[in-house]
Design a protein around this ligand. Sequence first.
Ligand code: RBF
Ligand code: MG
Length: 130
Amino acid sequence: MVVDITFPIRLTGTVEHGRKIGSSIINVPTANIVPNEKIDGIQLGVYYSLICIDGARYKGISNIGTKPTVNDSGRVNVETFIFDFTGDIYGKDIEVDLLEFRRPEKRFDSIDELSATIHSDLEAGRIYEA
Ligand code: RBF
Ligand code: MG
């Protein structure tokens, strides 16, 4: 018998101001947190997720990674696009439950390829049965 004890992985943190590239260049606003939990063991990549904000649950899609296409600091970020959420989220304490791994993070040769891939992640996330 295979028992999956890996998921969900719960990450919590306060939403920080990012560099706003998500909302400007790629037009995908994300909530960035510096997680309170240790994330060393987590595979870098894109995950289907569920987000809790002020007691309400939202579907999301999260990237745990260094954003190698746009950034070479090597620092691991936890970034989440939240479905059907509008409003100011900065400074809020949120929970991000990673439900399932979708794909590894990748360095793209262009912002266009990154953007197209993120948009297909979003489409898959929208129909994912969380
Ligand atoms: N950045 C990458 O360099 N490679 C990726 O494969 C990648 N995948 C992402 C997937 C999702 C769903 C999201 C929300 C972000 C992803 N990013 C990735 C980060 C992206 O570069 C970042 O959101 C923008 O540059 C804004 O900081
Ligand atoms: Mg962001």
